[in-house]
Design a protein around this ligand. Structure first.
Ligand code: GKR
Ligand code: MG
Length: 460
């Protein structure tokens, strides 16, 4: 019998999946759930004693974006820090060989460091991609939470909410058992055709098919906001898709479209003029760069958002002058970590911006981190993006079933730290896939050119 997450947690706390510890009075092993109550008293000398970095590949369906088609796997790096207190913290960050190597080269100096002082690591990593520091910081935060018996959201002044809202993230796509996908030499799992395919959503490349998938996403997860990933089909077809979705939802549900800057300014203005007839939540990155975004925003009068033209703190001064957006999609991987993103809330207050969250493919540790972000930033009031529904059931590397999405919301996990545990068996499978697939970086253009010979991501 397959347990849902709530049943799984109940059985974990009843001992079936508990952690084995020593009972001091009896000297006997006893089981206990992953609870926040076992923090050692003296944490002043907490030190990192071992660092494990595990690059992994998790299965991904051929979903489409301006960058092309997602390959058979997406890559992540999983971190584990052991300490002299016997507590281990876990973290997850972006995948790719350069991130793995940069994390590996931090290993030597991390050993012996106090995880409470994670801020000082930032200077040492100034030249590495930001996902390196943010992965290390996240692991330290999880560790501090476990050591003190607190959730990360409590360490950071929250929670300001216990449930965080997410939007559906709808991609045009090929079927998971498309022969070109199955022939990809990188595929090293047992996925096949029909009911052995990675997922059962099929091919979705028309307005009608997308409206149907949007409806089913709503039935399954209860989403109340719906984001269409654009920049794939001709812009008029994508607009027709929004119309079809709106009709399917009876005109009542807020919609978003994100062409990932694949539209020219005239196209963005023409489609923008038509978007007024729909219940638009926001218009995300139709064009490239702050100036072009500001022009579209000013001429259409639509609410605009980005995860492309303001992605670092040093992009903000220009945005203050140029005014390209109303909503900033924050991502803790690029904005220097969760505590740093809390300042974006205050900056947003000053500039009149609201916040939402950007997502790339991720596993359950990042999912817990994203829920935590939503729980510690009062200004994060727009439903966040997440790719999590695209991760096939059972493929996550956390213990137990995937974290549940109900009524479009996710609960902040209850356990100490980020509140999720690694499943070592699943982690090893995902690491083995990484090794055997040979995939080392994301390259959406590669599969797309095989699916659609001659494909180029030129501007619409
Ligand atoms: O997963 O293909 C994708 C998305 O297009 C992703 O790469 C974007 O970074 O989700 C992102 C977005 O909102 O632009
Ligand atoms: Mg976007």
């Amino acid at each position: 019998m397959q347990l849902n997450r709530r049943q799984w947690l109940r059985s974990a706390s009843a001992g079936a999946l508990g952690i084995v510890t020593r009972d001091a009075s009896a000297g006997q092993p006893r089981t206990q759930p992953p609870s926040p109550t076992n923090a050692p008293r003296d944490l002043r000398n907490l030190k990192i004693t071992a660092v494990r970095i595990t690059p992994i590949a998790l299965p991904d369906p051929p979903i489409l974006a301006a960058s092309g088609a997602h390959g058979p796997y997406f890559l992540r790096n999983i971190l584990e820090f052991e300490t002299n207190a016997g507590i281990t913290g876990i973290g997850e960050t972006r995948g790719g060989e350069s991130i793995t190597k940069a994390l590996e080269s931090a290993r030597t100096w991390l050993i012996g460091e106090n995880p409470f002082a994670y801020r000082k690591f930032q200077a040492r990593l100034a030249r590495a991609p930001s996902a390196v520091y943010t992965g290390i910081e996240l692991t330290c935060l999880d560790l501090i939470g476990r050591a003190t018996g607190r959730r990360v959201c409590e360490l950071l002044g929250g929670p300001v909410r216990e449930r965080v809202e997410f939007s559906s993230y709808l991609f045009y796509r090929y079927a998971a058992d498309n022969p070109i996908v199955l022939e990809d030499p990188a595929v090293v799992d047992a996925r096949g055709r029909g009911d052995k395919a990675l997922d059962q959503w099929g091919e979705v490349r028309t307005p009608e098919a997308m409206a149907e998938m949007a409806w089913k996403f709503k039935q399954k997860w209860g989403f109340r906001f719906h984001k269409l990933k654009g920049g794939v089909l001709p812009p008029d077809v994508e607009f027709e898709t929004l119309r079809a979705m709106n009709a399917r939802f009876g005109g009542r549900e807020p919609l978003r479209i994100d062409p990932n800057a694949r539209w020219s300014i005239p196209t963005a203005l023409r489609i923008g003029a038509q978007l007024h007839e729909l219940p638009l939540d926001y218009y995300e990155d139709p064009v490239a760069g702050q100036k072009a975004m500001a022009e579209v925003r000013q001429k259409t009068g639509l609410k605009m958002s980005t995860n492309m033209c303001v992605t670092r703190f040093d992009h903000i001064p220009e945005a203050v002058v140029v005014k390209p957006i109303d909503i900033l999609l924050v991502d803790h991987h690029s904005f220097s970590g969760i505590p740093a993103c809390q300042s974006l809330g205050l900056i947003g207050d000053a500039l009149g911006w609201n916040l939402s969250q950007h997502s790339n493919n991720h596993a359950g540790i990042t999912m817990a981190a994203m829920i935590t972000m939503g729980a510690v930033i009062p200004q994060l009031t727009y439903a966040s993006d997440t790719h999590y529904p695209w991760l096939p059931d059972g493929a996550d590397i956390i213990a137990g079933p995937n974290l549940p999405i109900k009524d479009g919301h996710m609960d902040v996990p209850r356990g100490a730290g980020l509140g999720v545990e690694l499943d070592r068996g699943k982690l090893l499978v995902a690491q083995d896939r990484y090794v055997r697939s040979g995939m080392r970086n994301r390259n959406d253009a590669d599969l797309m050119r095989r699916l659609e010979p001659g494909w180029k991501n030129t501007l619409f």
